[in-house]
Structures are given as structure tokens and as C-alpha cells.
Design a protein around this ligand. Structure first.
Ligand SMILES: NC(=O)c1ccc[n+]([C@@H]2O[C@H](COP(=O)([O-])OP(=O)(O)OC[C@H]3O[C@@H](n4cnc5c(N)ncnc54)[C@H](O)[C@@H]3O)[C@@H](O)[C@H]2O)c1
Length: 319
């Protein structure tokens, strides 16, 4: 374990712990928090360039998390095996579930008020082909829609949320963010290539080797928007109810990266009509995501500012 304090580090000021701070998303979140004037401690297996206090260590080690949360007023738990291709099922389930347990447990012990847990839209069950790909009952998928994890990664996120909810019942404030596929800048090439020829594209697909990249509907979110959602989750007033201060939010860009409108695409894939509970949404925004973004807007104050859809709209069509 190493601690390295940047020169402007003030030990008397409260800080936020970001687990997974050296990862793709973690670094965006760290930058957002620094931009907002917060002091940040990062926990990860390795250290990155960002000028914060770093602790290297493993989230499956409870003592490591106990040290990491000291002096912090909130925890953003982002560290995880980040998708179904990031290890075998045993490792993904063990690391993500035990890591979440340790993060919540160490936070409660230290008297921390709020933990923001990085979940995933995969909890709904319609993201990657390695699972059973259970289609949604209706669209947009809202917070009342059943969770139907069918692969170890999605299951680890459902369990992580359940662990968080159990701590919320004991008083900890817990917010679970469920982002869709994060379109990082280095995936632009894949997104453009797929858009040029969606039917015949055989290259690597954004988001992993399977046709994931946001699931069959190509949902996506820009990492800058997602990082801002973490900041908003730190600031939001009282999540959930007084007896269970737990709340979850689906997060996505306004539009998908799919070549056809969302309802039309889902109905074509399923070969049958789908119950559309908010026809106005898809009438006004034909490419709107599969998920209901209203709770994020109304409760969290989150409105996506970025979309990578311009990448596919600029892509020349095959002749
Ligand atoms: N990338 C996506 O499309 C996507 C979509 C939804 C949710 N998420 C979630 O976002 C989070 C961040 O993912 P990412 O895209 O930045 O992936 P990433 O692999 O770049 O980041 C994950 C970070 O967690 C760290 N980590 C992994 N195991 C650890 C351990 N045992 N102890 C300490 N640190 C450990 C890694 O070193 C890495 O820096 C994850 O929780 C992931 O499940 C990602």
C-alpha cells in the first residue's frame, strides 16, 4: 500500500473516497470531483496520474477499505470487474460482491453517511448475449421493472445493490447508479465502423467482443455525463425513504447509437409488438434509450449533455 499526498493536500479537509479511481470511469469521476473543489482519495490496484491522494490495495480486503475510508465523508464505490469478459464467472462474482460488501461495511463502521454504488443497466437483463437476454416486459424500462440478471456480472451488480439496500435499512444512505454502456473516447473508431455498415460489421464491437456495446439497442452514455451523475449523487437530498434511504437510477444518453428508432428496433429483434408505456417519449425522441430517465432527471437533477450519436450520423452509408 502506498499513500502519496499531492502538495495542495490539506489533511484537515474532508474528502471523498473513490474506489476504482485509476480506471476509465474512475479517472473521469476524480476529475469531476476535483473540478468541483472536492478533496479526493483514490483506491485502486494501481495508482494513476491524477493529482490526488492514492492508496493502492484490493477491495476484497476489508482492512484495506477500513484504512481507505478514514477521514472521508462519502464513498463512491466504482472498483469492479467491469463486464462479463473481465474474468471467469467465479472471479467476477467474488470480487464484485465481496468488494461491495467490504465497501458498505467499512463505510458503516466509520460512520460515513452516504455511499454511491456503481451498478449497471445489466441488472435489467437485456444487455449481453452471454446471458439469457431476457427481453423487457415493456418500455421504457423503469424502476418498477423486474431485475433479471442472467450472467455473473449482472448478478454481481444485483447482489451489490441488495447489499447496499440492507445497509440502507440500517441507516446508511445508498444511491445505486445504473449506467448503460459507457462510450469512452477510444471507442469512437468502433462506433463509426459499425455505423458505416451495421449489417456486415464483423470487427470488435464497442464494449466487448460480443454484440454488447449497449445491448441490442446500442444504449450509451458519455463518461463526462456519468461522472457528473456521481457528483449529483453526492449532493442529492435524502435518497429513498426515512426507513430505507436507498434509491437507484438508470442513466443513459438521450439517444442510442442504433441505426433505427428504438421501438422499431426492439420490435424487429423480438418479431412482435412491445408494450410502450410512454409513446410520447418515443414520438418526440425516436432514438430515446430503452430506460426511463425521468427519475434521474427529477430526483438527481441529471440531464445528459453529451451524445455520441453524431458519430453514426456522420458515417458515410455503404454504397
Ligand atoms: N464500462 C461500461 O460500459 C460500464 C457500464 C456500466 C457499469 N460499469 C461499471 O463502471 C465501473 C467502472 O468500470 P470502467 O469502465 O471504468 O472499467 P475499468 O476496468 O477501467 O475500471 C475498474 C477499476 O477497478 C479496479 N479494480 C478491479 N478490481 C479491483 C480490486 N480487486 N481491488 C481494487 N480495485 C480493483 C481496476 O483496477 C480498475 O481501475 C465498474 O463498476 C463497472 O462495472 C461500466
Amino acid at each position: 500500500m502506498t499513500h502519496e499526498n499531492p502538495s495542495h493536500f490539506d489533511p484537515t479537509r474532508p474528502r471523498v473516497l473513490v474506489t476504482g479511481a485509476a480506471g476509465l470511469l474512475g479517472r473521469h469521476v476524480v476529475r469531476e470531483l476535483l473540478h468541483r473543489g472536492l478533496q479526493v482519495r483514490g483506491l485502486d490496484l494501481r495508482q494513476a496520474e491524477e493529482p490526488i491522494e492514492w492508496q493502492t490495495g484490493d477491495i476484497t480486503d476489508l482492512d484495506c477499505l477500513r484504512r481507505a475510508v478514514q477521514g472521508c465523508f462519502a464513498v463512491l464505490h466504482i472498483a469492479a470487474r467491469p463486464n462479463i469478459w473481465s474474468g471467469d464467472g467465479d472471479d467476477i462474482l467474488r470480487i464484485n460482491t465481496l468488494g461491495a460488501w467490504n465497501a458498505f461495511r467499512a463505510s458503516e463502521e466509520a460512520g460515513i453517511r452516504r455511499v454511491v454504488f456503481c451498478s449497471s443497466d445489466s441488472v435489467a437483463g437485456y444487455t449481453v448475449r452471454e446471458g439469457a437476454m431476457v427481453p423487457p416486459d415493456y418500455m421504457p424500462v423503469d424502476l418498477a421493472h423486474p431485475l433479471r440478471a442472467t450472467d455473473p456480472y449482472a448478478l454481481s451488480k444485483v447482489l451489490g445493490e441488495d447489499i447496499g439496500r440492507s445497509f440502507a435499512l440500517r441507516g446508511l444512505e445508498v444511491i445505486a447508479l445504473r449506467p448503460v454502456f459507457v462510450a469512452y473516447p477510444d471507442m469512437e473508431g468502433e462506433i463509426r465502423a459499425r455505423a458505416r455498415d451495421p449489417e456486415h460489421y464483423t470487427g470488435r464491437l464497442a464494449g466487448g467482443p460480443s454484440s454488447a456495446g449497449g445491448g441490442p439497442l446500442y444504449n450509451h452514455i458519455d463518461p463526462r455525463d456519468l461522472a457528473r451523475a456521481f457528483w449529483l449523487a453526492l449532493r442529492m437530498k435524502a435518497p429513498g425513504t426515512p426507513s430505507c434511504p436507498f434509491e437507484a437510477f438508470y442513466l443513459a444518453a438521450q439517444d442510442t447509437l442504433a441505426p433505427e428508432p428504438t421501438v422499431q428496433r426492439l420490435e424487429r429483434i423480438l418479431g412482435r409488438p412491445v408494450e410502450v408505456r410512454d409513446p410520447d417519449l418515443y414520438r418526440q425522441h425516436p432514438y430515446a434509450s430503452l430506460y426511463d430517465l425521468r427519475p434521474a432527471r427529477e430526483r438527481l437533477g441529471f440531464a445528459p449533455e453529451f451524445s455520441q450519436r453524431h458519430l453514426i450520423e456522420q458515417a458515410p452509408k455503404p454504397s
